[in-house]
Design a protein around this ligand. Structure first.
Ligand code: ADP
Ligand code: ADP
Ligand code: ZN
Length: 214
């Protein structure tokens, strides 16, 4: 099962992708997580990506396409995978389709987690990320057991720099301009499924399970 998560920044793609990965036993591939790990390790890719990410802009297609295409060819992706944060532009989607066509494969589902802009800034200001394992929480909607401490690994939680309201507004603009056209792209491909992302986390997941099958 090969799945793409679509949706605005903060719509809940990562939250749902993690649950999908656990239930269907497939890898969760988050380009944002890959870039943040590279930034943390001070790699050349990380340094390049950071200048764009800090401004709320997309990292150029050429820095992200090969990375994902190489990743999905690894052995653990043989039974499928869930892509979170990729593709984010039409050229990225086309490059993915092309790379899969070469090996006789195609994506099965593009799940659009639909949340209006009005909800997004509030969601993002409450998002907290673990500095250790990258787990994501929310002050109100997905709180940790002990405030400020990751349930999974015990490390400290932070507000991502790019989750501050000014950058979030910028990222929303970038989303509408560069990523939203993918909704038509995957509608035309016949694989788009839209789910209401404004309901409770577990209710969103149940809708997704109804689509993907038990
Ligand atoms: P969110 O979870 O809030 O949607 P991500 O963690 O997916 O954000 O991405 C954070 C940032 O990483 C993006 O704002 C962008 O700068 C960069 N990024 C992640 N994935 C891509 C991609 N596929 N193409 C270009 N830039 C990307
Ligand atoms: P994305 O990967 O699309 O940027 P996340 O999965 O990181 O989004 O979710 C953004 C924030 O909103 C996180 O703090 C998360 O805990 C919270 N969140 C996710 N889904 C929901 C939901 N259905 N209702 C309320 N809060 C949610
Ligand atoms: Zn952690």
């Amino acid at each position: 099962m090969k799945i793409i998560m679509l949706g605005a920044p903060g719509a809940g793609k990562g939250t749902q992708a993690k649950k999908i990965a656990a239930k269907y036993n497939i890898p969760h591939i988050s380009t944002g997580d890959i870039f943040r790990a590279n930034i943390k390790n001070g790699t050349e890719l990380g340094n390049k990506a950071k200048t764009y990410m800090d401004q709320g802009l997309l990292v150029p297609d050429e820095l992200v396409v090969d990375l994902v295409v190489d990743r999905v060819k690894q052995d653990d992706c043989a039974n499928g995978y869930v892509l979170d944060g990729f593709p984010r532009t039409i050229p990225q989607a086309e490059a993915l389709d092309k790379a899969l066509a070469v090996i006789g494969e195609k994506m099965d589902y593009a799940i659009d987690v639909d949340v209006p802009d009005e909800n997004i800034v509030h969601r993002m200001s409450g998002r907290r990320a673990c500095v250790g394992c990258g787990a994501t929480y929310h002050l109100e909607y997905a709180p940790t057991k002990v405030e400020g401490i990751c349930d999974t690994c015990g490390k400290e939680l932070i507000l991502r720099d790019d989750d501050k309201p000014e950058t979030v507004k910028k990222r929303l603009g970038v989303y509408h301009e560069q990523t939203q056209p993918l909704i038509d792209y995957y509608t035309n491909a016949g694989i788009l499924k839209t789910v209401d992302g404004t309901v409770d986390i577990n209710d969103v997941f149940q809708t997704i399970v109804n689509i993907l099958g038990e």
